[in-house]
Design a protein. Structure first.
Length: 68
């Protein structure tokens, strides 16, 4: 894993709106995962989209209620 593939990304919790940073690993392309908010501990669904060149295309955060 290369250092260039890991980026720090500022986000806001969809529950408590607390700002925090996430480390995103783009070495294997896009992915989705669950992370707990560092402030309110609620589960956040995180979808990371990457371009074919391995660059960040989009980051989407959703609360547990928003996931279908």
């Amino acid at each position: 894993m290369s250092q260039e593939a890991i980026i720090e990304w500022p986000v806001h919790c969809p529950y408590c709106d607390a700002p925090f940073s996430m480390l995103l690993d783009l070495s294997a392309g896009g992915y989705d995962t669950w992370e707990d908010c560092a402030v309110c501990c609620q589960p956040i669904h995180v979808v990371v989209e990457a371009t074919p060149a391995g660059e960040l295309a989009a980051v989407t955060l959703a609360s547990d209620d928003d996931v279908v």
